[in-house]
Design a protein around this ligand. Structure first.
Ligand SMILES: C[S@@+](CC[C@H](N)C(=O)[O-])C[C@H]1O[C@@H](n2cnc3c(N)ncnc32)[C@H](O)[C@@H]1O
Length: 309
């Protein structure tokens, strides 16, 4: 099996719609993908201040989990991905949006996209699946395609966060037993510390405006060619909306429970009990849907999923 080409690996994982959904969030469930997609879309609306005239580019759009939630908010949504199968699934999931354009990428380049043609760019759960050189090459491409004054939202795994570290340790342990005559899977999870991710952003010629780092994910919002006044305005705006953009520590803890479910270390029933005992907060709803989706996908391991009351 060819695990050295991004295209081959991701195409193999997305041969059907349900496989593609599974590859983006381990649930294989339309209900879960819509719930998690809505969460990400809300973060992006706040972080990038999306307006109806925007042309938005998503790098690594996968099955259109987020694009489907955002296409209605902008003039044009462009989703690009290395995997033709993913693009086929995204095309079908976004068929109701005539302002959506989906393109297959050939390599680590946004050559299908004109220079200075998009207002906002985002990429979620993609940089964490590639070599650092490719991550940096894409950041330079993001700078090229953004209009002056445009904004980018960039995200990857955060090694400096305690839950991020546990996620990385699971990878290290996984590879401990691998066949060392073979290269590791090119799409494996890779991690940065916030300073490193900020450095790549800066050296790619983008202007990091904020770097949220209190969760398993590093979230950077960066600008292109903003003057000093625009930088200050954007920083103030983002600070005011931080609660809508940054993952909370609670989100990180619940994510850890989801990891334990995926690795078979926690029964989803126990995770759901712990969740219900928490005070009311927005994270509860999305994780209730997510934990139930993970249970549904693994009923052979965890037993039948009870009906929701
Ligand atoms: C975990 S999925 C996330 C999909 C989507 N961003 C989301 O959050 O639902 C990772 C996606 O990145 C794409 N991808 C992986 N490596 C890539 C590369 N080098 N260039 C472009 N896309 C890539 C995969 O095909 C896959 O669709």
């Amino acid at each position: 099996m060819n695990e050295t080409s991004y295209k081959a690996v991701w195409d193999r994982r997305s041969g059907s719609e349900s496989d593609a959904l599974n590859a983006v969030d381990n649930s294989a469930s339309e209900e879960v993908v819509r719930a998690t997609g809505a969460w990400s879309a809300a973060q992006l609306r706040a972080g990038l201040e999306i307006v109806p005239s925007d042309t938005i580019l998503e790098l690594g759009c996968g099955a259109g989990r987020i694009g489907r939630e955002l296409a209605g908010d902008c003039a044009e949504y462009v989703g690009v991905d290395i995997s033709p199968n993913m693009i086929e699934v995204a095309t079908s999931r976004l068929e109701d949006f005539d302002n959506a354009r989906l393109e297959v990428l050939d390599r680590t380049s946004l050559e299908a996209i004109d220079s200075a043609s998009v207002d906002k760019v985002f990429t979620i759960a993609v940089f964490c699946h590639m070599d650092k050189e490719d991550l940096f090459l894409y950041m330079r491409e993001i700078r090229r395609v953004l209009k002056p004054g445009g904004l980018a939202y960039l995200e990857t795994w955060n090694l400096a966060d305690p839950v991020g570290w546990q996620r990385w340790l699971a990878e290290a342990d996984h590879w401990a037993g691998s066949d060392q005559s073979q290269r590791k899977d090119v799409s494996r999870n890779q991690f940065c510390v916030p300073e490193e991710f900020t450095l790549y952003t800066d050296r790619a010629g983008l202007q990091p405006l904020v770097c949220f780092r209190d969760s398993p994910w590093i979230q950077i919002i960066a600008g292109k060619d903003l003057d000093a006044r625009a930088i200050e305005t954007e920083r103030n705006r983002i600070a005011e909306r931080r609660g809508e953009i940054a993952y909370s520590p609670q989100f990180g803890r619940l994510f850890l429970d989801s990891m334990k479910i995926i690795y078979g270390q926690l029964h989803p029933r126990d995770a759901l009990d712990r969740l219900e005992a928490l005070p009311d907060q927005p994270e509860k709803k999305v994780f209730r849907t997510y934990f139930r989706g993970l249970w549904q996908a693994q009923q052979d391991r965890f037993g039948p999923l009870p009906n929701q009351d």
